[in-house]
Ligand binder design. Sequence first.
Ligand SMILES: [Zn+2]
Length: 171
Amino acid sequence: MVMIVPILKYGSPELRAVSKAVDSFDGELEKIIKNMFDTMYGSPGIGLAAAQIGINIRLSTIDLSVGEDAAKRIVLCNPEIVSAEGEQRADEGCLSIPDFSDSVVRPLKMVVRCQDAHGEEHTIEAEGLLARCLSHEIDHLNGVLFIDHLSPLKRTLIRNKIRKLAKAGEW
Ligand SMILES: [Zn+2]
């Protein structure tokens, strides 16, 4: 059964909290992960952090194929950045800040160590879009959003637009 849960939007305090380490790799965690993939595919999106559905644990799901290729599914538990190098600039968005996007600089290549749904350790060597996605998702676990990487002026513009939408009951 597909379980799509609401995604918190910008302004929710959970998005600004530093998430806690995942410490039990049990059935409950598996349920959360399944809900996250379902919700991410339903949006659709290529990455989702547990904080975005109101659960502040260091967990993100990633799938660049958006459900087309099961081998592309990544469960990112307790990720640690081993190395980050180079730079790439591209337009980026976030399921918690719908309808906004802007150009963000991210590392071109990243090596990340993480655990999967069962607590097994993995090392992911990524570049291009996957490196961007890993960087964006690890940011979420620390309460950081893509707009934090923009210039203060751009950030203020987006914040003001969101405030207007919220006032109109459209956020
Ligand atoms: Zn995001």
